[in-house]
Design a protein around this ligand. Structure first.
Ligand SMILES: O=C(O)CCC(=O)C(=O)O
Ligand SMILES: [Fe+2]
Length: 359
């Protein structure tokens, strides 16, 4: 990744403090086994009170943390290991080889090594693949521009098994995402499939391979700066349980280190669920710290609705006492505006849902 340059250096108040490592005992680990039994219609083992308990746990986790981990999630372990393995093998290649699938301004999926979060460069490289190939998307973030374009995937030739593994993994991520979306809807007192319609025709979901090389300046740079995800929800595989992800605890605003549970996925709710729930659930700010000895890999799946979805507080949840806290926004435009800010240093902060908050 070359030498450290000023673009990586975080403002003093954003720098990690390695002497305070508070591990998040509190982030709930939720066992999803009752749900699979239910969904397979195996009525002999399905226990409605067990499912209700899972719904309650999910609701509590979304409210208190915006983060939780899931075990017995139904994703085959060999597939989770397989995708982690191809990601590691992809990044171990030369920069020249990786750049053969570099993303550009017109087709965003692909390899990148110079992403910015809130105008500071992240200490990482990454590779994105869309869940739906191609994915229709607005041509620009300009609200008056109705034109759409298509983003398409760029699969590297090496490793040769990457494409098949990624396709299989995306299928599993989608299945798990829909289950989680059902649990979230139920926990808000809504129909389980209340949000599924926004994913039927198209969706903007994508999977990202992250590689955070060991960093000689871990106290000045960050793997990913503080941010919230624009997705509805994010499913993260923390490869080999190497730590680095930190979540800002709602109760006292402290940065808390997430300790990955073996074989689990780390789930966080994103901006879209925050708005759908009218702030009943708030996405948590999170960041990635780097370390000087160990490299780290992670694989998030950002589950996001179709580009033309207008994101707004769910009608059934708002009334005179609880009026809508956001005006509707177009998901695709939001994503495109966010991407523009992620490419390069700009003079303004990139777009956030707070821009749509009603007074
Ligand atoms: O690598 C991680 O643990 C989290 C990455 C992340 O927050 C992101 O890519 O949005
Ligand atoms: Fe994130």
């Amino acid at each position: 990744m070359g030498e450290v340059d000023a673009s990586f250096i975080q403002a003093p108040e954003q720098r990690p403090n390695p002497s305070i490592i508070d591990e998040a005992q509190g982030i709930p680990v939720i066992d999803l086994s009752p749900i699979h039994q239910h969904l397979q219609n195996d009525t002999t083992v399905s226990d409605p009170s067990a499912i209700e308990a899972v719904v309650k746990e999910v609701g509590r986790a979304c409210k208190e943390w915006g983060f939780f981990q899931v075990i017995n999630h139904g994703v085959p372990l060999n597939l989770k290991n397989g995708v982690e393995d191809v990601s590691r093998r992809f990044f171990s290649q030369s920069l020249e080889e990786k750049k053969k699938v570099a993303r550009d301004q017109t087709s965003v999926p692909g390899y990148f090594d110079a992403e910015h979060t809130k105008n500071i460069r992240d200490w990482k490289e990454g590779l994105d693949f869309l869940a739906k190939d191609p994915t229709p998307i607005p041509i620009s973030g300009d609200d008056d521009d109705d034109r759409t374009t298509q983003w398409t995937n760029r699969y590297p030739q090496n490793p040769p098994d990457l494409r098949g593994t990624v396709l299989e993994y995306i299928e599993e991520m989608e299945k798990l995402s829909f289950k989680l979306l059902e649990l979230i809807a139920l926990s808000l007192g809504l129909e389980p499939r209340r949000f599924h319609g926004y994913y039927l025709k198209d969706q903007c979901s994508f999977i990202r391979f992250n590689h955070y090389p060991a960093c000689p300046w871990p106290d000045q740079a960050l793997g990913v700066g503080p941010h919230k995800d624009p997705s509805a929800l994010t499913i993260l595989a923390a490869v080999d349980e190497v730590e680095g992800l930190e979540v800002r605890r709602k109760s006292d605003q402290q940065w808390i280190r997430v300790k990955p549970t073996p074989q689990a996925f780390i789930i966080n709710i994103g901006d879209v669920v925050q708005v759908w729930s009218n702030d009943e659930y708030m996405g948590a700010e999170h960041r990635v710290v780097v370390n000087s000895e160990k490299e780290r890999f992670s694989i998030p799946f950002f589950f996001s609705p179709a580009h033309n979805t207008m994101i707004e507080p769910t009608k059934e949840l708002i009334n005179e006492k609880n009026p809508a806290k956001y005006k509707p926004y177009n998901f695709g435009k939001f994503l495109v505006k966010r991407k523009d800010g992620n490419y390069q240093k700009q003079n303004v902060d990139n777009i956030q849902i707070s821009h749509f908050r009603l007074p």
